[in-house]
Design a protein around this ligand. Structure first.
Ligand code: TEU
Length: 536
């Protein structure tokens, strides 16, 4: 398999508005990212993915862009951005930016022009129709918004304030390619491409039989032509790395986006875990990993992530955020770093930050959650019940600010944070983690180091064992003579097990274990225990 720098990289996602605030406005900023770069470097990550920090009215936290070539004042200035990039590079790290080109803000000058009249030269930059259909958008009951000015409706896959661009229009594509070159020429190292498989739309917008299943939004004819053109005109001219955010994708379609012979993207995020597995489900998780490995290995590169700014904190969602918070955080860290594909760490994950529960809907900011709340309550449903239903997966669970220390507002800001802090910062914070050699932070650091020193964790094949076991997840990674066994007990019980015959008596050096107390019984795993062995 072809080796590349990015296949070997570990990515750290910085949701800057919740990372570190240096000017007291309650929002994290790029200066704050600069000041905390040594923290990220200390962890060992090589690449930083920075969420959108472009000019934006901020209806969807920067995913509604009104100026692709500027920096949002809350985040800083172009100067700060350039300094950030320089400082990242000076530390031997790389920086990738979010590319959000399925839609813009409704405040983007293109849209302002487009909606002004039917014969405006920018009319066709967006999708306008007299006749609409029954599709739902991600955040609203309809993908269409009627605009009385021209007596037509425009198409939006997300919020009303996020009109979709018309990728059919070659002028739109050229504008976007130009903008991409603008950032690449500044020296950034790649893009995380927001819902990139949504760019092509279904011809004629036929009604859906099941409008609630919004998969009609993605993977439509024409998408690969766009991405090949983007690659040909832009991407291939730079030594960069791209990861596509690709919902509704199977390993088969996945290969069409990232197959090494395809000249489109490098890797992808699929959402079989984060969109479709609300709670830990061992059977399903093993099945997903196996199917993606079988479908992609040797042909295209995968990514691994267990949470991000859209998906609830992994210890709360998949692990145990009370009795076994530390053990389960380390157990999932082991999983993340030893499964095939690039690991993505979301800020705060490395100190085991948890989801949050605020008192009322007014304490929340997430447009997805708030729109859904409004929609359900307007149907006449009990507001408290709707609220309870939405808590678990609210995107704000993972958007509360980074917990640096025990001082007021967790050392995140001197002002009032844009969203409330998770009150548990007095016990869960980076200062505490850095002072404790046994912390989750150092466990991540150690896994990253192991990965850097042992190619088997990157290029080794994946061989699942004990596939029907409901508590234990065990697999080999094999590269040449090197064979590693990963053993994880993803449950809050102690579990006795038997190794498959072919491995009995072959356990060699134990390379890592998430418990500091010594193993008493090789064949019993404590709650959320994780071990990696070399096997002979
Ligand atoms: O997310 C796409 C999206 O809708 C995800 O929330 C979804 O859960 C899944 O991951 C894809 O099925 C991106 C951004 O990450 C999100 O923050 C934005 O709100 C959204 O696009 C619109 O730009």
């Amino acid at each position: 398999m072809k080796k590349t720098w990015w296949k070997e990289a570990v990515v750290y996602q910085v949701y800057w508005r919740s990372f570190y605030d240096t000017d007291g406005d309650g929002y994290g900023d790029l200066e704050g990212v600069i000041q905390k770069l040594d923290y990220i470097r200390e962890l060992g990550a090589d690449v930083i993915w920075l969420n959108p920090c472009y000019g934006s009215p901020d209806v969807d936290n920067g995913y509604d862009i009104s100026d692709y070539r500027s920096i949002m004042p809350k985040a800083g200035t172009m100067d700060t951005f350039e300094r950030l990039l320089k400082e990242v590079h000076a530390r031997g790290m790389k920086l990738i930016m979010d590319l959000v080109v399925n839609h813009t803000s409704d405040q983007h000058p293109w849209f302002i022009e487009s909606r002004s009249s039917k014969d405006n030269p920018k009319r066709d930059y967006y999708i306008w129709r007299k006749e609409t259909n029954n599709w739902r958008s991600y955040f609203t009951p309809s993908t269409w918004e009627y605009d009385p000015r021209t007596d037509e409706s425009y198409f939006h896959s997300f919020a009303v304030e996020q009109p979709d661009l018309n990728w059919d229009n070659p002028q739109v594509r050229e504008e976007i390619y130009d903008m991409m070159r603008f950032w690449l020429d500044k020296g950034i190292d790649g893009f995380r491409m927001d819902v990139i498989n949504l760019l092509a739309k279904q011809q004629g917008f036929p009604d859906a039989e099941q409008p609630d299943n919004i998969s009609y939004l993605g993977n439509n004819p024409g998408i690969h032509e766009y991405l090949q053109e983007m690659n040909e005109k832009v991407l291939k001219h730079y030594d960069i790395f791209t990861v596509g955010e690709i919902p509704f994708v199977t390993p088969e379609d996945g290969l069409l986006y990232v197959g090494e012979d395809r000249a489109e993207l490098d890797t992808l995020f699929h959402f079989e875990v984060c969109d479709y597995m609300p709670h830990w489900d061992m059977h399903r998780f093993k099945e997903i990993q196996k199917r993606w490995y079988d479908g992609m290995w040797g042909k295209g590169w995968n990514s691994q992530f267990l949470n991000n700014h859209d998906h609830t904190r992994l210890v709360t969602r998949f692990g145990n955020d009370s009795t076994y918070r530390v053990e389960s955080a380390k157990c999932f860290a082991t999983l993340l770093h030893t499964l095939p594909g690039m690991p993505y760490i979301y800020q705060g994950e490395e100190i085991g930050m948890t989801g949050v529960r605020f008192e009322s809907i007014d304490d929340y900011d997430d447009i997805a959650m708030k729109n859904k709340y409004k929609e359900e309550v307007e149907k006449g449903r009990d507001p408290q019940m709707v609220f309870e239903e939405l808590l678990h997966l609210s995107r704000d669970n993972s958007r509360t600010p980074m917990q640096w220390d025990t001082s007021e507002q967790a050392g995140f800001t001197q002002g009032t944070p844009w969203i409330r802090m998770n009150p548990n910062y007095t016990s869960i914070n980076a200062e505490q983690a850095l002072a404790d050699p046994d912390s989750i932070f150092y466990y991540y650091q150690n896994l990253i180091r192991l990965r850097k020193e042992n190619e088997v964790m990157i290029y080794g094949s994946y061989e699942p064992l004990m596939e029907q076991d409901p508590e234990i997840y065990a697999y080999l990674r094999v590269l040449g003579q090197e064979r590693w066994l990963v053993l994880l007990n993803i449950s809050d019980q102690s579990v006795k097990f038997e190794l498959p015959g072919s491995l009995s008596g072959k356990l060699g050096e134990m390379l890592t274990c998430n418990y500091s107390q010594p193993v008493e019984d090789d064949l019993r795993l404590r709650p959320y225990e994780a071990r990696i062995y070399r096997v002979s």
